[in-house]
Design a protein around this ligand. Structure first.
Ligand SMILES: [Zn+2]
Length: 75
């Protein structure tokens, strides 16, 4: 199960998700997963990541941009 939000029709509900970002209400692909509520298998997870990369949502060459001077004092 995963929570899917659709920007086209406003659908916002939990669905049985198999990795495709398709709105079960209107069929739009303009939807996103708000939260995965199930344990994802490695294969499914890779499919999701790949899909996100192909959609340009996730940058495959993610820069690890550490903030400058981000120091924390530990009590
Ligand atoms: Zn929809």
């Amino acid at each position: 199960m995963a929570r899917l939000q659709c920007r086209s029709c406003g659908f916002d509900n939990e669905i049985e998700w198999d990795g495709r970002l398709v709105c079960p209400s209107c069929g739009s692909t303009n939807a996103r997963v708000a939260a995965a509520t199930t344990e994802l298998s490695d294969e499914l997870f890779e499919r999701i990541i790949k899909g996100l990369e192909e959609a340009g949502i996730l940058d495959p060459n993610e820069d690890d941009d550490a903030g400058e001077g981000d120091k924390r004092e530990d009590g």
